[in-house]
Design a protein around this ligand. Sequence first.
Ligand code: GPU
Length: 826
Amino acid sequence: LKDATLAHEAPPEAAAGAAQPRPDPDMREAILAKLRFAVGRDVSAARDHDWYVATALAVRDRVVERWLDSIARTGPEKKHVYYFSLEFLIGRLFFDTVSNLNIVGEVRQALAGLGVDLDRIRAVEPDAALGNGGLGRLAACFMESLATLDIPAFGYGIRYDYGLFRQAIVDGWQHEIPEDWLSFGNPWEFERPDIKYLVRFGGSVEMVGRPDGTIQHIWHSAETVVAVAFDTPMVGWRGRRVNTLRLWSARAADPLVLEAFNRGDHVGAVADRMRVEAISRVLYPSDATPAGQELRLRQEFFFTSASLQDLLRRHRERHPDFSNLPDHGAIQLNDTHPAIAVAELMRLLVDEHNVRWDEAWRITTATLNYTNHTLMPEALETWPVELMERVLPRHIQIIYLINFLHLESLAKNGEISADLVRQVSLIDESHGRRVRMGPLAFIGSRRVNGVSALHTELMRKTVFSDLHALYPDRITNKTNGITFRRWLLEANPDLTRLLVEAVGPQVLDDAEALSGLERVVGDPAFRDRFVAVRRRNKERLAQEIAARTGVKVDPAALFDVQIKRIHEYKRQHLNLLETAALYAAIKAEPNRDWTPRVKIFAGKAASSYVVAKLIIKLAYDLAQVINNDPDVRGRLAVAFLPNYNVSLAEIIIPAADLSEQISTAGLEASGTGNMKLALNGAITIGTLDGANVEIREQVGPENITIFGLTAPEALARKAEPDHASRAIAASPRLASVLDAIGSGAFSPDDPGRFAGLVGGLRDHDPFLVTDDFDAYWEAQRGLDELWHRPEEWWRKSLLNVARVGWFSSDRTIREYAEEIWRVPVG
Ligand code: GPU
């Protein structure tokens, strides 16, 4: 068992019974050879980036061996999982790969022998930020767990030239800078020029009668785009299996042909080419709010069609027909972004492969599955019928037919009211005619899942209640999870080493083994070491804060962390109101024994989301006043860290004492940052929302701070028209903090800056910030007191680490495998 633990990272004395890595001359030679012959640099001239690429390529060779071996070992006969997702928020791959292959020590030593520091060169790698937030990161965690569990799988998505924008904060305002992540090349991807498919758009549909009386539909498309495959190996823990992430890039169909078409119009020909290649140019930066633009629909169809063609081709190479497709493949639709798969799979089977409609429907609904990630009505995707007719004329026909048959089957099962038709029809007639992608995905799928227990229950009771009544077995819950390899072993190696020592190396393979920690929570020596590890992590974060913002913070203070996309429903502004109120309270009673706190925020706002950008500005303005006020120095500081991404999360999470999960109950489908923070020892302050509910069940109610309205209470409260004014009238503290912010106390350069934000809270407050304010304030003060009893605080913190093993994405994927995909788990 070579490198059985993280021993390769540890000094020899810390390695609990594990063998030390042998110095490996091969790795050194491999790196040198790559530097010379692949990078084209001499050792004397090599810079960090050259070393990074050379090392990545040397490591990649090891990956490729296992990759080819995985493919050979599996064979195309075995059932495959196909994870369709418009987003894969991967982050960096170099250290993840080295760590999962268990060669950290080997690589570190080889580089050290060449005078190169592993940690310096790993920081050179740009994040692969092909996603916005939780949904995209979940897809990345799932790819890792699929490989870890030895499940043959493909991830399918888009190879965006530009990932999620880089966030710069200029005077408190967010600016978006293009994320040109491929500009220095990408050593992890393999272009596959031979794996390409034609994806068509527009035009018209001709109907031709066949001799047997059926009708054939011939789609005369107006535009053809080529989808070219780029494959990235996805390495599982201990390199057990390597799966493929296949991302499609859009290319114009033969540019020469195009040019001939546009004879004499060189500029027009190039412009057409730009329009085609725009499909894979950039990730839409909105999180949970549909962009609604034609380019987005083109992206969705582009990758869905290419992926379906790819897997159908592979099936046909082995089988005479598609009748057994569901036995050989299970497709998971990550939200409705690939929901057009329902119509496209039907089209491919019926129009291109001459499968009978009923048989095609049986195959489709036995192969597809759909994960829902939000209940917020404004976030549910719909497409104008008129747009779909223009972009996908054949698909709209298929959707109409699916809808007709669906409504007809209801009629057969009893009387059907106009009301029920309105509820379950795939066409929404209420705001112009629109195709509802959620119901389309629901009807076309074998299983439909939510991402936490509460979310799934609300799916059954709210958005999908009518469809649930018709198909009571279809909805199932699969509570989200996170990969412990990235979020514990890689992000927090010191804590990992301590855990291995305390509970044994099996914790590296089995997250539930963390429960062994229960035995040592009362051991003061262990606790001191735990606190010392956290202290080092906090020092590192303090350095990062100083480097990024200039704010100096004390690592001994309570690090209070809210890191996630900026959204009104996530309520960063509730946290900011509490910050301003705490500032006022400290100034009013400067001699009290206040718990020193650092309020740490990070997150991006969608570029068009004006209120979210104003919330960032509010954090910044509060920081300016608070951090420069000597009256509160050492007791309260505020930092907004720019450009939150996976790599920054890896630094913040191991250093967080308090995890803010304060969404309006009923609105956060799950949350996954909540799991990462608890795993690293943060105590959660949160509402009974999403997976917080299950975190409470796992860690015990005494080890989490829950406050505020529950989901049913929130729903009822929102319906009371004067709820906000009553909440404000009942809370002098809230009233005064709203007055201060609203009148410009924190924005003297523009006193009216936050008047609209505060006015919105006074008038509507749809996210119940005012209603939950007092409960939140009280909960925070309870935590202040707890911080003064460190023994109790660290006991709770440790129990969080001990009890969150269930949130491993290995558990989640095992559940998908058993119940939804019906594939064996290795
Ligand atoms: N989520 Br819909 C996104 O990140 N983007 C989206 O477009 C939609 C949902 C998130 C949920 O907000 C979060 O609660 C959940 O944990 C995550 O998906 C993964 O399921």
